[in-house]
Every structure is written in structure tokens, then in C-alpha cells.
Design a binder for this molecule. Structure first.
Ligand SMILES: CC(C)(COP(=O)(O)OP(=O)(O)OC[C@H]1O[C@@H](n2cnc3c(N)ncnc32)[C@H](O)[C@@H]1OP(=O)(O)O)[C@@H](O)C(=O)NCCC(=O)NCCS
Length: 325
């Protein structure tokens, strides 16, 4: 018995912050950000917008499209590093908002690879026969963790949530293979020492630089390209799939240049690579499910297509899932 994504959903904060908006309080330019990252705008949470509510909204859309109610679910698994609480888990917060007592609900902390990890965990449970219907969520709000004086990092991140309903199903469709990787020795390429009080752009609260996201961008760039290329090859090999048969790669949207470099190394033409970073920036664990939801909505994915998901993020963590849609 395998598992298959039957519906997706996404939700974004109501405030779009353009590069031009950033120019007003930071020494940066629309031109620099677009040419170095591909980002044109990002959505950022306001102080009255809990991330859990966005995750619940994305989940309700996915559930509705799946024709399911929260009470039909067997588990909720969330990729996130942005919970407002150390505990209860973010999964428990979303569970309450959905009214899905008393199924297991928990988080997987793998930063930008969070959705890839959560999907793989859900699939393993389903293959073991533990669950038949699972809600997998990717939700993050890294804009609330940046130091707005650090222009090398602050311009990259946006907030959002994406969700997918997966069901256990025999047959050729569904998740064919997943591969997860971590390298803790590279922890200092991308890290956040303390979570806690969120500092949204509309409040006076600013993070102490010591407690903000720290990133070594250029080093991370190189490792991200290499690791995503490798894991994409390996997951295809594991599933005995020829990379050329992949119809669409829906990867983590960290930097347009990273996405293009990975595609080039894999020998994939631009039409096989989904890119929406221009409108969202890097939404961490939300980026793959948001992109997947858009790709489905835009008719870029058809029944029977081979779809590759891949990501790399703080940890370092990286991974890929290969799906027959
Ligand atoms: C962060 C990143 C965009 C920086 O791009 P880069 O081409 O490596 O740029 P550098 O950091 O070398 O900086 C080049 C110059 O641009 C300047 N610069 C950096 N950020 C800037 C900004 N927002 N606006 C204007 N100038 C900026 C730097 O100060 C530097 O100027 P200098 O040479 O006078 O010191 C790129 O390294 C990257 O995307 N790395 C991966 C980050 C990532 O994906 N993180 C998440 C992984 S999940």
C-alpha cells in the first residue's frame, strides 16, 4: 500500500511587500534583488495574523478539494520551524483550529526541507498501515525572524502555508520514492538561535541581531545546488526512473539562480521546472506545497505525470520526493 496526494491548498498573509517597499528602509534595490535572487515581492505576516490560522486556511482548501472533513483525518504532520510556542506543537494548534481531535498531530523541524520530510514521514506511516488519510502541511514565517538591518538575508524570506491531503492507495500512482539527508556539521550556514516573540514588520519590536536568522549565503548557495542535484539523481535511481521522464520539478524556491543551476545540472529544460519565487520569495517549508498547489491550479501537472519535489535548508537538511501524479 502506497500513498497519493489527492488535493492541495495554500494561504498567504494579506500584506505583499515589494522590493520597492524594502528600498524605503534598507540600502537595497529592486534591480539587485531581482537579478541576484529572482524575487519581486514576498508576503509577510502582520501582528494580528497567526501563522496557525494561515495553515488552517490552506488545510481547509485542501480538505474541501479532497471532499473530506477534518474528522476523516488520521493524522496531521507539519513541516515548520516557526511555531509561536515551543509547545504545544504547531500541529496541535492547527488541529484545534480545524476541530480534528484526537488524532496524532505533530511537527517535523527540517527548516526549508520541512514539507519534503513531512511527506516522507506520512508516506512511511501509510506504508506501515498506521494511517489512511493524512494532512501534510508546510508553514513558515521566516520574515518574522530576520534582522531587517541585514540586507543580505532579510530580502529573501516571505511567509505562507501550503497543505496536501494524502491517502493510502494501492496501484501505480502516488509517492514512488523519498530520500532525506542531513548534515549537522554545516549548521552554521543557516541558523536561528532563538524563536519566540515574533517581530512583524508593522510593530516596533525588532529582533536582536543575535537572535535573528544568520546565513552564510554564498557558501550555502554552492552546497544547495550540489546537494539538490545529488538527491534528485538518487531518488530517481532508487525508483528506477529515468530523470528525462520527469515531467515537472517543483522545488524549494530559495533563489532563482539555485533552481536554474540544479535544473541545468540535471539536464532538465526550463519548461520542466516550476518557478514562482518572483511573487513569494523564500517561504521555507511552505514553498514546495505552495508551488505544488499553483502548478496544479495552472494545469502544469496531469494525471500520470512524474513529479519531482526537492529542497535544501537549515540543518543542513535536504531531500526529494518522486511522485506519479
Ligand atoms: C544571499 C545571496 C542572494 C547573495 O548573493 P551573492 O551573489 O552571493 O551576493 P554576495 O553575498 O556575495 O554579495 C555581493 C554584494 O552585494 C551586496 N548585497 C548583498 N545583499 C544585498 C541587497 N539586499 N541589496 C543590495 N546589495 C546587496 C553585498 O554587500 C555585496 O557587496 P560588496 O561586494 O560590496 O560587499 C546568495 O548567496 C544566495 O541566494 N545564497 C543562498 C541563500 C539561500 O538560498 N538561503 C536559503 C536556503 S534554504
Amino acid at each position: 500500500m502506497g500513498s497519493r496526494i489527492i488535493a492541495t491548498g495554500r494561504a498567504l498573509p494579506r500584506t505583499a511587500v515589494t522590493n520597492r517597499d524594502l528600498e524605503r528602509f534598507m540600502e537595497t534595490s529592486d534591480d539587485w534583488i531581482r537579478s541576484r535572487t529572482g524575487i519581486g515581492q514576498r508576503y509577510t505576516l502582520r501582528s494580528d495574523e497567526p501563522l496557525a490560522q494561515l495553515a488552517a486556511a490552506a488545510s481547509r482548501t485542501a480538505l474541501e478539494r479532497a471532499g473530506l472533513k477534518p474528522s476523516d483525518l488520521d493524522a496531521i504532520i507539519v513541516g515548520t520551524v516557526s511555531s509561536e510556542f515551543a509547545f504545544p506543537s504547531f500541529g496541535c494548534q492547527v488541529q484545534t483550529l480545524l476541530g480534528a481531535d484526537s488524532i496524532p498531530a505533530y511537527d517535523v523541524a527540517a527548516a526549508c526541507s520541512g514539507f519534503i520530510y513531512a511527506l516522507s514521514v506520512a508516506d512511511a506511516h501509510m506504508r506501515a498501515g498506521d494511517f489512511a488519510k493524512v494532512l501534510v502541511i508546510g508553514a513558515d514565517a521566516l520574515s518574522t525572524f530576520v534582522d531587517w538591518n541585514d540586507r543580505r538575508t532579510a530580502v529573501l524570506f516571505g511567509d505562507g502555508a501550503g497543505a496536501a491531503v494524502i491517502v493510502s492507495e494501492p496501484g501505480p500512482r502516488g509517492l514512488l520514492s523519498s530520500l532525506l539527508r542531513s548534515s549537522g556539521r554545516h549548521w552554521d550556514l543557516l541558523s536561528l538561535r532563538a524563536t519566540g516573540v515574533r517581530a512583524t514588520l508593522d510593530t516596533e519590536i525588532r529582533r536582536n541581531p543575535d537572535d535573528a536568522i544568520k546565513m552564510k549565503g554564498p557558501e550555502l548557495f554552492k552546497i544547495a545546488v550540489k546537494s539538490m542535484e545529488e538527491v534528485s539523481r538518487q531518488v530517481a535511481e532508487r525508483a528506477r526512473i529515468n530523470l528525462g521522464d520527469v515531467s515537472l520539478v517543483v522545488g524549494h524556491q530559495a533563489n532563482m539562480r539555485i533552481i536554474k543551476a540544479v535544473a541545468e545540472r540535471l539536464g532538465l529544460p526550463p519548461e520542466k521546472v516550476f518557478i514562482n519565487i518572483e511573487r513569494y520569495g523564500n517561504t521555507s517549508a511552505a514553498s514546495v506545497p505552495i508551488a505544488l498547489d499553483e502548478a496544479v491550479e495552472l494545469g502544469r501537472i496531469h494525471d500520470g505525470d512524474l513529479v519531482m519535489l526537492n529542497a535544501c535548508g537549515g540543518g543542513l537538511t535536504w531531500g526529494a520526493n518522486l511522485l506519479r501524479w
